[in-house]
Design a protein around this ligand. Structure first.
Ligand code: MN
Length: 702
């Protein structure tokens, strides 16, 4: 006898022999994997997955679900890996097990309401296959049933998580039976005293209510018979402890007033009979106005269908009546899981899965038309249209981001300052690029540095509006700051006298004529290359020419440090490097573009000297610059390898390489490498020539 015998008879009620054999094979694997592990109850660990299978088999879930349920803890707790499950039970089962493991790993830590809601959404979003959630709920239900055995502090945490996360999810999926039991168990372990007092009170009131219930039940029975409404059964409903507790708290009602309400459920064959039964009971006792609800015409958010009405009872106490068909009763009990119950023999699990999703989607459409529950749409659309991704901060706060978001979006979602100063990130404690796309359930940590700033490259992979606009704004502000400084420098150089010696009114008049509010606007415009410093200077002084200007400019060339930001750029045509004689050209909206002095592209512009800015390199520049090389190589094996290793030995980086035509004994290649300066480049070229493979090597300028 194995523990499998605990569920075997149940499986035989609805599964084929071969399906049962597969579940048994999974049992054998699970039993072996969990060998030696014990539960807190003292039983072997395998009894837990077997019990979970029992719960799911009771709901008539398919074989794949049961196999995954047997194995639901092996990835987390044993050496068994996903590949083994794929090999033995197929990809579907492996994905289910993997999904359940991921949910198990998530820890719900803070108690904020919004947090709980996000957590619920995340659970739904993580499960691509709804069966993952059904297994997880069954797992949680069995753990709650056996919670007595675990230490007190763990009881409390699990109970809270059950009430705040799992019971609402069961509710959302319409799994009523699960929800009720999860709630009662949750209350029992979270608030043991309240639970005990309430359940004792319920028990005491039971005996006194029994007689009244009998009387009413009999009256309903004969009213239905008199009206010739065929019915399946009439049930006197017992109130659940948790629902009493919730009503006492939310409606601030005393226990006695809640217990004074009697509840009945009438189960009939079809919809027609529902409405006829309603007529019959309204005939029997007077209905309480405005308490009638037609959840058949407009089902509840979770698919629940029923008629609800309240009547004035024979002893003055209200009677709540629910009327529904047999099928509605199934749906009301198991919700989404009921779809597996109606699964035909030929249908595959994925078809049922699709149907269950369609069922949810159908509800969504209906809700949208009825316009009743925005909350529902918000929550279920997560599941149907996975457009969002949920991730944790290191402290356990949950962030909701659009699907496809990257680390940079997360950083800006936390705070603009975090985004603006981030330099690196960790996903699940491992370093990851800022461009990494996030997926559900990851923990993301952003590493910042006080002196860092946004990089324009980030705009290529930022997804959220917040990240994009904050980066853009930052860069715009930075550019404008730099442009102002450059413009001021250029204007000062263009003037024969110091800027501060120019009368205020002259400056004011000039600003007026350009329609600028502040002098900074003028500087910025000059810095960006939209105004020419010399022209502005002439207008300020009132002379048409002042020959000394050019001299002044030559005497004070602008120093290029290599660390300039957004208003100084390096021409792609000639790719200047430190050591090259250089010349700046003002270009509209770009500021200064640095060219090699002899660059052919600026030959004509050099005639318009007001657009040219004399420049010189700073003495020590600590960055690399790109240069283009054209190399003729011998057409021999290993020639390219010899060349690239020579370049590496010379401490230059290769950024780009393109091979060109082969011409007999030679072939031509183009390289972009980065070097510090001309001396460095000369060393690279010398080492390259030394390989004897290089026939010719020249630097390309324009
Ligand atoms: Mn488990």
């Amino acid at each position: 006898m194995t523990y499998f015998s605990r569920v075997k008879a149940q499986l035989q009620e609805y599964l084929s022999k071969s399906a049962i054999e597969k579940v048994y094979q999974a049992y054998l694997l699970g039993e072996q994997a969990h060998q030696g592990q014990m539960r807190s109850t003292g039983e072997p660990y395998i009894t837990h997955p077997v019990a979970v299978v029992g719960i799911l088999a009771h709901m008539r879930m398919d074989a794949e679900t049961l196999i995954a349920a047997i194995l639901h803890d092996v990835l987390e707790d044993t050496d068994t890996d996903k590949a083994t499950i794929v090999k033995r039970f197929g990809k579907n089962v492996a994905e289910l097990v993997d999904g359940v493991s991921k949910l198990t790993q998530m820890k719900f830590e803070t108690r904020a309401q919004a947090q709980a809601e996000n957590f619920r959404k995340m659970v739904l979003a993580m499960a691509k296959d709804i069966r993952v959630i059904i297994i997880k709920l069954a797992d949680r239900l069995h753990n709650m049933r056996t919670l007595d055995a675990v230490p007190l502090h763990k009881q409390q945490r699990t109970a809270r998580e059950t009430l705040e996360i799992y019971a609402p999810i069961a509710n959302r999926l319409g799994m009523h039976t699960f929800r009720l039991e999860l709630e009662d168990l949750g209350l029992r372990f979270l608030y043991p005293t309240r639970y005990r007092i309430l359940s004792e009170a319920v028990k005491r009131s039971k005996s006194s209510r029994r007689k009244v219930i009998k009387v009413i039940e009999k009256a309903i029975n004969s009213a239905l018979t008199r009206s010739q409404v065929p019915f399946e059964k009439i049930l006197g409903r017992e109130k659940r402890v948790y629902s009493i507790y919730r009503k006492m708290r939310s409606k601030r009602l005393p226990f006695s007033q809640i217990m004074d309400i009697y509840g009945f459920r009438i189960i009939v064959k079809d919809i027609d009979a529902c409405y006829r039964a309603l007529g019959a009971v309204h005939n029997l006792y007077k209905p309480v106005p405005e308490r009638f609800k037609d959840y058949i015409a407009i089902p509840k958010a979770n698919g629940y269908q029923s008629l609800h009405t309240t009547l004035f009872g024979p002893y003055g106490d209200p009677i709540e009546i629910q009327i529904r068909s047999i099928e509605m009763e199934h749906i009301a009990e198991s919700g989404i899981a009921a779809h597996w119950l109606y699964k035909s023999a030929r249908e595959t699990a994925s078809e049922t899965q699709i149907r269950a999703r369609q069922w949810l989607k159908g509800l969504l459409d209906l809700q949208q038309k009825a316009g009743t529950s925005i909350e529902f749409i918000e929550n279920v659309k997560i599941d149907l249209f996975p457009e969002e991704v949920y991730v944790f901060s290191p402290k356990g706060a949950i962030f909701e981001l659009p699907a496809g978001s990257t680390v940079i979006d997360f950083a800006y979602a936390v705070h603009s300052d975090i985004g603006n100063t981030c330099v690196a990130a960790k996903i699940n404690r491992k370093l990851a690029p800022l461009s990494s796309t996030l997926s559900n359930g990851q923990t993301v940590e952003v590493i910042t540095s006080a002196h860092a700033g946004p990089n324009p490259v980030w705009l290529n992979f930022a997804v959220t509006g917040k990240a994009k606009s904050t980066i853009r704004n930052y860069l715009k502000r930075l550019r404008s700051k730099e442009a102002i400084a450059l413009g001021k420098h250029l204007l000062s150089n263009a003037l024969p006298v110091a800027l501060r010696k120019i009368p205020k009114r002259k400056i004011a008049a000039l600003l007026e004529s350009y329609q600028y509010k502040h002098i900074e606007d003028l500087y910025e415009s000059i810095g960006l290359g939209n105004q020419i410093a010399l022209v502005v200077a002439q207008r300020l002084i009132g002379k048409t020419t002042f020959p000394e200007t050019l001299d002044t400019q030559q005497k004070h060339p602008l120093v290029i440090k290599g660390s300039e930001g957004m208003v100084i750029s390096y021409a792609e045509c000639c790719r200047p490097i430190p050591g090259d004689p250089i010349m700046g050209v003002l270009q509209e909206n770009k500021g200064i573009v640095v060219h090699v002095e002899q660059c052919k592209n600026i030959e004509k512009i050099r005639m318009h000297s007001e657009k040219c800015v004399p420049l010189r390199w700073e003495d020590h520049i600590e960055r690399r610059f790109d240069v283009d090389l054209q190399i003729t190589l011998t057409n021999k094996p290993g020639a390219l390898a010899a060349l690239t290793s020579a370049i590496a030995n010379a401490d230059a980086n290769i950024d780009n390489i393109s091979l060109s035509r082969r011409e007999g004994f030679y072939y031509l290649i183009y390289l972009t490498i980065s070097v510090f300066d001309r001396a460095h480049l000369a060393r690279v070229m010398r080492l390259a020539r030394n390989t004897k493979m290089v026939v010719k090597i020249v630097r390309q300028k324009s």
